[in-house]
Design a protein around this ligand. Structure first.
Ligand code: GDP
Length: 364
């Protein structure tokens, strides 16, 4: 269930399938429906749930992934009806981030986000546990909820809370270290350029094209999780740093936006933002919008932005003409073929802040 048109819902579902494949799943079947709002008890409604149960049974699927964030109660109810594991979009995205995190900071950030996702959901698990233990218990808060299950939940909660505080402290420490590095770059007056954009737009490829560095380029969502900082040189010989940031997706879980706040500060502190857009995507403007929402949340909305439309090699003349009208100030490139890269380099140079000229006055 998504707000918006049928086309929005189809796109979101296609992206969910791509995300699931990135996480290592094989997608067997996609099911959608029109509703005014999610069903309070089962998210999809009991009729649809029955239909999905039949599809699951026929296809042999072992997991159902819902395109949205489900309440703990909805997850429980659906699992009961479908008899297979139910995962929501948030859990799936957290899982992918967990698989791809490589740096110490990235790992800590993802774990923090996962803990925050889990904490309010412990009650859901607890309820179902105590119900199983106590047999048929009507309603929550009844007899079964005060059994040994409750004690376990309290312990789990305490353990998670203390882990959360520890992770927060660690991340804060690492953020301080990065801020120090950043300020030493500032002191050396090295201008900084950040690359942001929707996942798979071609950020790593652009970083490679601009610096010649061998950054991992993967045709997978979320190949980039940890920021990569490289030195680059403008045609007039000035140095600047280029930072590649996390991939953005629609409905990036707020737990992750919070967790990655310190990483994303690199973007907020940049002198110039290259906002890379995949021109060959069916909905480039939607991607731009989704990225801008996150940039707003991390106070990076005021960084000067240059829209860079990538993958022009994979676009038709008609698509280029249409998009040109919507994005008059954009730069058009292909990180793959090199088209437009020199022009982009020159444009970056004109947008970099001018170094302060030191005037020394010699007093005799
Ligand atoms: P990121 O997630 O934004 O860092 O994107 P990547 O740089 O990893 O690129 C994602 C995919 O798009 C990879 O398969 C790239 O080979 C492909 N790609 C990147 N730039 C271009 C381009 O200019 N043209 C085409 N056709 N594909 C590209």
């Amino acid at each position: 269930w998504t707000e918006g048109t049928q086309a929005d819902a189809d796109r979101s579902l296609a992206e969910l399938a791509a995300l699931a494949e990135t996480a290592g799943s094989q997608v067997l079947e996609a099911v959608s429906q029109r509703r005014d709002k999610p069903d309070a008890a089962t998210y999809v409604g009991s009729g649809k749930a029955g239909e999905i149960r039949d599809i699951v049974a026929a296809s042999g699927a072992d997991t159902v992934i819902c395109d949205g964030e489900l309440t703990p109660g909805q997850l429980n109810q659906l699992e009961k009806i479908l008899k297979v594991k139910v995962v929501d979009r948030t859990a799936l995205i957290l899982d992918i981030f967990a698989q791809h995190a490589s740096s110490r900071e990235g790992k800590a950030q993802v774990e923090l986000a996962q803990m925050q996702y889990m904490l309010p959901r412990l009650r859901g698990w607890g309820e179902s546990l105590s119900r199983q233990a106590g047999g048929r218990v009507a309603g929550g808060g009844g007899i079964g909820t005060r059994g040994p299950g409750e004690t376990k939940i309290e312990t789990d909660r305490r353990r998670i809370r203390s882990r959360v505080s520890k992770l927060r402290r660690e991340i804060a420490g690492m953020a301080t270290a990065r801020a120090t590095q950043r300020s030493s770059r500032d002191r050396n007056a090295t201008p900084s350029v950040a690359i942001a954009g929707y996942t798979n737009a071609g950020k790593s490829s652009l970083l490679n094209a601009l610096t010649g560095a061998g950054v991992l380029v993967e045709n997978a969502l979320f190949a980039t999780l940890d920021p990569t900082v490289r030195r680059a040189q403008s045609p007039d010989g000035r140095e600047y740093t280029l930072t590649d940031t996390v991939g953005f997706v629609r409905h990036l879980p707020h737990q992750l936006v919070d967790a990655f706040r310190s990483t994303l500060e690199e973007v907020a502190a940049a002198d110039l933002l290259l906002h890379v857009v995949d021109g060959s995507d069916p909905d480039p403007l939607g991607q731009i919008e989704a990225v801008r929402v996150v940039l707003g949340e991390i106070d990076a909305a005021s960084v000067p932005e240059l829209i860079v439309v990538n993958k022009v090699d994979a676009m038709s003349e008609d698509d280029i003409l249409t998009l040109r009208r919507a994005l008059p100030g954009a730069v058009w490139i292909s990180a793959r073929t090199g088209t437009g890269i020199e022009a982009l380099r020159e444009l970056i140079a004109t947008r970099l802040p001018r170094p302060d000229v030191d005037v020394e006055v010699l007093v005799p």
